[in-house]
Design a protein around this ligand. Structure first.
Ligand SMILES: NC(=O)c1ccc[n+]([C@@H]2O[C@H](COP(=O)([O-])OP(=O)(O)OC[C@H]3O[C@@H](n4cnc5c(N)ncnc54)[C@H](OP(=O)(O)O)[C@@H]3O)[C@@H](O)[C@H]2O)c1
Length: 395
């Protein structure tokens, strides 16, 4: 017997698998995050690789008119960039360092980089006018020359116009109730030692950290660093550098640490290096040595202290901001407070360090306060003698 089966209707619908679009960006090859059992394979060394601004991305140069917030430097590089951006029909709002937040005109502001409130007020004002740019170019770490001798004031100034300026800016952007993405490009000079003979400005080194951390704290902010050598004003080299920077600003690249040297573009990469156990038996730490640990009664501080007590019978100076009971009051404190009281737990831990052979001095001082730290070090000196080492674990 023949039975008719239901037919498959041909509905003239096309189910074609399209070829995959070519990747626009070159993302780095993913690395395994699994822990390597061999500790000698845990290390990496930075190096600089010559690189070209990806040509297929340069097409994006014809991006529509956008608004750029430009923190203009004192060397004239920012002003050159500003003019070129304006010629490309971008709206540019420039910000200069001054004592006060001032609106000079519709597109020029000044602010005091020491005042976090100035950044908030500027960002709020631009947001209110619906002129808050998505692209921000920060050139306040482009400075004249490289100092041979570091003066304390210059170090402080570099933090104010570099590290703190970026921190306050990121916080001000973070306080905006928006899901918009922001892209901060930090242009500096003398930050990176790309070639072996270059002079670097160590006071600018803190930029590297803040540029790395801002995008980790704020998902909608990307940050990249472009270190340059500043050519003579009006030279063809200056024109070339400005053109390269305009090219950089027109693309969104996954390369976050870039440098320009003599017209060449470099990107920072990391190469694994094998570090074998040190051959020398010379100990780095001293038996009975005097060691100061900032954040010394915190989690990591106490682990370090225990190691130094156990292995070196060290004299330990432990620093935190909160006042800690004097040693003479410890027994009384333990008797009159709950077993789980946080100070009681720390006192018992300190007594354990003493049983291991360490001597302990707990001092209250804020690491950000020069005077308090000077006093703490003077008291450590008078109790135990000169310091043999410092561990910074406050935070
Ligand atoms: N625990 C971890 O697994 C881990 C891992 C990687 C990195 N870290 C980093 O290592 C640092 C210490 O971590 P932790 O776990 O030991 O933290 P913690 O238990 O909170 O201890 C930090 C200590 O630093 C002190 N401190 C904070 N600010 C200070 C200041 N301005 N001046 C002087 N002392 C200050 C605090 O004491 P007062 O409050 O009395 O000032 C506290 O005792 C942090 O920066 C942390 O981010 C920790």
């Amino acid at each position: 017997q023949r039975l008719p089966l239901p037919t498959y209707p041909f509905e003239r619908q096309r189910y074609w698998i399209e070829p995959q679009k070519q990747q626009q960006h070159h993302y780095p090859t993913p690395v395994s995050l699994a822990k390597k059992s061999d500790i000698s394979q845990w290390f990496y060394i930075p190096f600089w690789k010559p690189s070209l601004l990806q040509p297929q991305l340069e097409v994006e140069q014809a991006t529509p008119k956008s608004c750029v917030l430009l923190f203009v430097d004192e060397c004239g590089l920012g002003n050159k960039l500003l003019r070129q951006l304006q010629q490309q029909n971008h709206d540019v709002i420039s910000v200069l360092v001054a004592h006060n937040l001032t609106k000079l005109n519709e597109s020029e502001y000044t602010l005091n980089p020491q005042q976090p409130g100035d950044y908030d007020a500027l960002i709020q004002e631009l947001s209110r006018q619906q002129k808050l740019p998505k692209k921000i170019v920060h050139l306040w770490s482009v400075t004249p020359g490289c100092q041979q001798q570091l003066e304390f004031e210059k170090v402080e100034q570099a933090q104010t116009t570099g590290f703190y300026s970026l921190l306050f800016l990121a916080k001000a952007l973070g306080r905006q109730q928006t899901n918009d993405d922001f892209e901060i490009t930090v242009i500096s000079n003398n930050l990176q030692p790309v070639t072996p003979t270059e002079l670097v400005s160590p006071e600018k080194a803190t930029l590297v950290g803040v540029i790395k951390v801002i995008p980790q704290e704020y998902a909608n902010i990307t940050c990249r660093s472009i270190d340059v050598t500043v050519p003579a004003p009006g030279s063809w080299q200056e024109q070339k550098l400005v053109e390269s920077l305009l090219g950089e600003l027109s693309i969104s690249s996954c390369e976050k640490v870039i440098a320009y040297r003599g017209g060449n573009r470099w990107v920072q990469c990391f190469e694994p290096v094998r570090l074998e156990q040190a051959k020398s038996n010379t100990p780095r730490l001293k038996q009975g040595g005097v060691y100061l640990i900032t954040g010394g009664v915190g989690g990591i501080g106490l682990v370090l202290a225990e190691y130094l007590a156990q292995n070196y019978k060290a004299k330990l100076v432990l620093i935190g901001r909160k006042a800690f009971p004097n040693q003479q009051e410890w027994s009384e404190w333990l008797l009159t407070h709950d077993h789980n009281d946080s100070i009681s737990c720390k006192i018992r831990k300190l007594q354990q360090l003493q049983q291991l052979g360490a001597e302990v001095l707990v001092l209250a001082a804020d690491v950000t306060d020069l005077q308090q730290m000077q006093q703490a070090i003077a008291s450590a000196h008078s109790t135990f003698g000169p310091l043999n080492g410092v561990f910074h674990a406050a935070g």
